[in-house]
Design a protein around this ligand. Structure first.
Ligand code: SF4
Length: 250
């Protein structure tokens, strides 16, 4: 008994008490900040493997960024990655980081459908579809439900059948082979339903953007309710984004 108590005391809390204020390790790359330092912008843009950097005015599209860190290594005075993991939003334009701006990324409340907070604020069941994913974002989504992040305490859980789901979480760049299964899964979810894109590959195609092996036509047919950037995503990015999306609003 005493030994068990000693172990419990040594282990401390197994869960993150407040997921909105948790700290992440210093090596984590979250929201980048672009300083106003003068650099060769074309040279900087050219080193990005996914064309996430646009010159004049210099900006980074987090929907395309793989968070490889190459730009910050090459131009440390110009680009710095902060540990801000709250980078999910429902407005695609807000994923663009502009030069000289150090502002949090927030959801555009005007664009949140009324039925989302009406139906899902206390309980949200999600079906996950890996549409050509590499198992990295899928792994992190799995971690959202572990004892540490414990997403289930907010009523947010993954379910096995789309018939039992309120929405779909898509990972991967959406390959041709997964285009039809993705559509079938989406069609099986009862209305109202939401779509979440998790990870750079899902948002823009990532390093596979433009590949003939992709078929992303599904994404142009429906409104996307949440973009969760990351390569892979961080569980705290996903949980905070979803909590903000389903929050009860007047
Ligand atoms: S961290 Fe993002 S913006 Fe920078 S080089 Fe890598 S992919 Fe491009």
């Amino acid at each position: 008994m005493l030994d068990n108590l000693k172990i419990l005391l040594h282990q401390g809390k197994q869960y993150i008490p407040d997921v909105t204020k948790a700290d992440v390790p210093g090596i984590f790359r979250g929201r980048p900040v672009i300083s106003t330092e003068k650099v060769n912008e074309d040279e900087l843009a050219a080193l990005c493997p996914t064309n996430a950097i646009s010159p004049t005015p210099l900006c980074i599209d987090l929907g395309k960024c793989t968070f490889c860190g190459e730009c910050a290594f090459a131009f440390p005075g110009k680009i710095k990655f902060t540990s801000d993991y709250k980078i999910a939003t429902n407005d695609r334009d807000r994923l663009t980081i502009k030069e000289g701006r150090d502002e949090p990324i927030e959801l555009n409340h005007q664009k949140i459908r009324k039925e989302i907070s009406e139906y899902f604020s206390g309980s949200l069941k999600l079906r996950q579809v890996s549409a050509g994913g590499d198992n990295s974002c899928e792994l992190e989504l799995n971690a959202c439900g572990n004892v540490n992040f414990d997403m289930g305490r907010f009523g947010i859980e993954f379910v096995a059948s789309p018939r039992h789901a309120d929405g779909i979480v898509i990972t991967g760049p959406v390959t041709e082979n997964m285009a039809e299964p993705l559509q079938i899964c989406y069609d099986a979810i009862p209305e109202p339903k939401i779509i979440i894109l998790a990870g750079t590959d899902a948002i823009s195609g990532g390093i596979f953007d433009g590949s003939p092996a992709l078929n992303r036509s599904f994404l142009s047919k429906y409104k996307i309710d949440l973009y969760v950037p990351g390569n892979p995503i961080h569980p705290l990015t996903f949980i905070n984004g979803v909590l903000e999306l389903i929050k009860k609003r007047k």
